[in-house]
Design a protein around this ligand. Structure first.
Ligand code: GLU
Length: 511
């Protein structure tokens, strides 16, 4: 196999979509697996779509995700520059070569003339209104004008483009590593613009020239580029680079969770989950979008989730470290079918990765929140809180969100439940339990439980009947971590205080 050199080639037109992160990941996995090179190329030749900050955003996102770049923008390398807007002269050269070899031509048609052509063809009932082998001879270009006229036009500085002279009725064939054989008749391809009037190349020319010059071995990109692939193959042929042509792998689309259509930002917004890796504020509209990072997704969990969107290892194993992904990944195991993007699965991965951490590691997340809340907490307590909540959290911030009551007495209670369950037995039990607690020098999980059993015996009331109310008294809510563990963490005095508060207030408020 020739040296694996892959590239992630985003256009800086806005925030990086999560599908782009998957594309980058698959490229990265292939590069690492074969000890190859991962390149970041910024395809910014469409100046009208350029968005300031997007390039930095892409770089920051990849860094956060742990997708390392070996060569490219922000990194440098033997094929620099890696930003296409800085490579104009290179594309110009190849476009000229194609013109002088009769494989491309100058076209001088104005917008109005192009529009008139489309109208004319429409009126003739033609289903195809493209600038192509069928229409090019009716247009204003270097194939229809004399050499002198062409030279005059170019010298006078009028705007012109360079178009590819696509052959008529020629079969173009390529083998996609995921989709298999792809055959297209050249008559279906229009005479694509290669160089625009602003002197910038179009995506097609720049992409092919750069993949060749940067010695790319595999082009792994989203399925939306599959229709462009035959045109690219034609360009490789016209430039006599067929032998160096990379292998293509077009990744399946990311679909909505129900499989009905492409996943869009609007779907994500509606369902309340992020679609961008990091927070992003669109500089044009000021629209703010939250990121996976800021929502509490761990990068390693997100990558594990993304790896499975289109690829599978062929085994039952789901949790893969980056190294395991590198070792197991192969293009052959990428499917053709669209991949359903189920955010619950991403959350499941996040839970698994959180659970795999030690309580001490998790306490760092809790400390982050506590710092923001200006709460001091001994490490031992933070670790215990994390241990108690570990099985119940999805995101790092949940340790605080679900565990506030470990630090502050609850101020909100489940009133409907209290109305239903607060009765004389509960009052009697909790009063007695409170007295037992007071008499106890210190409280821990065992003694809390022992006193509970003791109170049950002494009052003749089964503890099962009051447990839910005890939970509401101590935590405010009806669900949460182990109660005895909770008592151990908040401590004896606080437990007594909370019971007192309930005995004084719940009775009065509840009719
Ligand atoms: N610039 C293209 C994009 O934004 C890259 C497509 C490709 O990888 O060839 O997706």
């Amino acid at each position: 196999m020739k040296e694996v050199r892959v590239r992630f080639a985003p256009s800086p037109t806005g925030a990086l979509h999560i599908g782009g992160v998957r594309t980058a990941l698959y490229n990265f996995l292939l590069a690492r697996k074969h000890k190859g090179t991962m390149i970041l190329r910024i395809e910014d030749t469409d100046q009208t779509r350029f968005v300031p900050g997007a390039e930095e955003y892409i770089i920051d996102s990849l860094k956060w995700a742990g997708i390392e770049i070996d060569e490219g923008v922000g990194k440098g390398g033997p094929h620099a520059p890696y930003r296409q807007s800085e490579r104009k002269a290179i594309y110009q050269k190849y476009a000229q070569q194609l013109v002088s070899e009769g494989k491309a031509y100058y076209a001088f048609d104005t917008e109005a003339e192009l529009e008139a052509m489309r109208e004319r063809l429409k009126a003739q009932g033609s289903s195809d209104q493209q600038y192509s082998s069928g229409t090019r001879m009716q247009m204003k270009n270097s194939l229809t004008l004399s050499e002198v006229e062409v030279a005059e036009k170019i010298n006078s500085g009028v705007h012109y483009v360079i178009r590819l002279k696509v052959p008529t009725n020629e079969e173009i064939q390529l083998t996609d590593l995921i989709r298999g054989e792809v055959r297209v008749n050249s008559s279906q391809i229009d005479d694509k613009v290669l160089m625009k009037s602003d002197g910038m190349p179009t995506y097609h020319l720049a992409n092919v020239v750069d993949d060749y010059l940067m010695k790319i071995s595999h082009v792994i990109r989203g399925e939306e580029w599959l229709p462009s692939a035959p045109l690219h193959v034609l360009l490789y042929k016209f430039l006599r680079w067929e032998k160096e042509m990379p292998q293509f792998a077009h990744l399946p689309l990311l679909l909505k969770a129900d499989g009905n259509g492409k996943l869009s930002k609007r779907d994500a917004d509606k369902a309340g989950f992020p679609i961008f890796p990091l927070n992003w504020t669109d500089p044009k509209t000021n629209e703010f979008s939250t990121g996976f990072r800021e929502n509490g997704y761990l990068p390693e969990a997100l990558l594990n989730f993304l790896a499975f969107l289109g690829w599978n290892p062929g085994t039952e194993q789901e949790i893969f470290s980056m190294q395991e992904l590198v070792d197991t990944f192969s293009i052959e195991r990428i499917g053709k079918a669209g991949a359903k993007f189920d955010i619950h699965k991403a959350q499941w991965f996040n839970q698994q990765y959180l659970r795999a951490k030690t309580d001490q590691q998790l306490s760092a997340f809790l400390f982050e929140s506590l710092k923001k809340e200006n709460i001091n907490c001994p490490e031992e307590k933070a670790i215990k809180v994390c241990a108690a909540l570990k099985e119940r959290v999805t995101f790092p911030q949940d340790f605080w969100e679900h565990g506030k009551f470990f630090f502050n007495a609850p101020t909100q209670f489940d009133h409907p439940l209290i109305a239903k369950k607060w009765n004389n037995d509960v009052v009697k039990f909790l009063s007695a339990y409170q007295e037992e607690l007071k008499a106890q020098p210190t409280l821990n999980v065992e003694s809390a439980k022992m006193l509970l059993d003791h109170t049950a015996q002494a009052t003749g009331i089964a503890s099962g009947k009051i447990m839910q109310m005890l939970r509401v008294v101590l935590t405010g809510g009806a669900a949460g971590p182990d109660l005895m563990q909770t008592m151990d963490i908040i401590g004896k005095d606080e437990a007594i205080n909370r019971i007192s508060f309930a005995l004084e207030n719940f009775n009065v408020k509840i009719p």
